[in-house]
Design a protein around this ligand. Sequence first.
Ligand code: NAP
Length: 302
Amino acid sequence: MLSINARTRYCAVLGHPVRHSASPAMQNAGIAALAKDWRYLAYDVNPDELRQAIDGAKAMKFIGLNLTVPHKLLAVEMVDAIDPRAKKWGAVNTVVFETKVSGKWVPLGTVEGFEAGEVRSHGYNTDADAIVQSLLEDFSWTTLRGSSVLLLGAGGAARSCALRLAEEKVGTIYLINRTKEKAVQLGAEIAKENSKVNLKYEYQAATVDMVINGTSLGLKASDALPIDLDWLKARKPKRVYDMIYRPAETALLKEAKKIGCKTANGLGMLLYQGARALELWSGDKAPIKIMREALVREVQGV
Ligand SMILES: NC(=O)c1ccc[n+]([C@@H]2O[C@H](COP(=O)([O-])OP(=O)(O)OC[C@H]3O[C@@H](n4cnc5c(N)ncnc54)[C@H](OP(=O)(O)O)[C@@H]3O)[C@@H](O)[C@H]2O)c1
């Protein structure tokens, strides 16, 4: 990696808290592989100051930002322009700073030696496609079409996952959340756009192709299982995916493995959302292998 100098440009992840983030390790490895004189930093930003932080990064001509908990939903109203899909998912996890070249907005990261000119923030969501890519790859699946999925959670991550699964034309989604009203509200949003998806809010009698944990249960060793263990043992879904990647094997994944389910954690989701962000900033193809290795080293220490 080149040493920092007056031409070095910056990207960052903003979160609250942010110390746990694996994105700097992954993105700096990707940036170095692309031979960019950029650095990727991490900032703990209070939600009350998110707008100032985004505007500050814009004023300092950052290349781009990633946003993590709890900023993704808030940022929808704070960017100058928003990608239609980010608007649809209701969450922004990537900001691209852009300037005008020959009357067209282009990423600052693609403009060599940019020093002055109009800059805008453009919000994207790279999470939703990343989860689909990770599910297909981790379970060696060619299509999600027609499958039945039990989705636990209705927060930011589960929400974009559910809307994106509906786009993939899954057959049935069981939307299960501690606060049931949120699941029902999410179901209503899905039904508005994809009337063919079968939506259910109870799972005791269900048999499904895949369970996805999109709740935060499993982050701590003391957490309860996000699902009824008797149901899991009786119904033996073929695949169990946990969006959590640290710990690499949650209690849910351990139990699922014991009864013979294929399991995967959220590392692939994290990788692909980050890789797509780097592509949006740079206009280059992301070095996936290098970014994956850096991520695994950071998260699993191997
Ligand atoms: N791999 C990745 O790249 C990636 C990306 C984003 C998120 N994630 C992971 O996905 C999970 C959700 O993140 P998020 O951003 O969606 O968070 P969020 O918006 O805060 O949503 C949290 C979800 O967990 C549920 N929940 C929290 N505590 C619970 C409890 N004690 N019992 C039952 N349900 C509980 C919430 O239910 P209520 O609605 O009832 O509060 C809600 O559905 C986190 O573990 C996060 O680490 C992974």
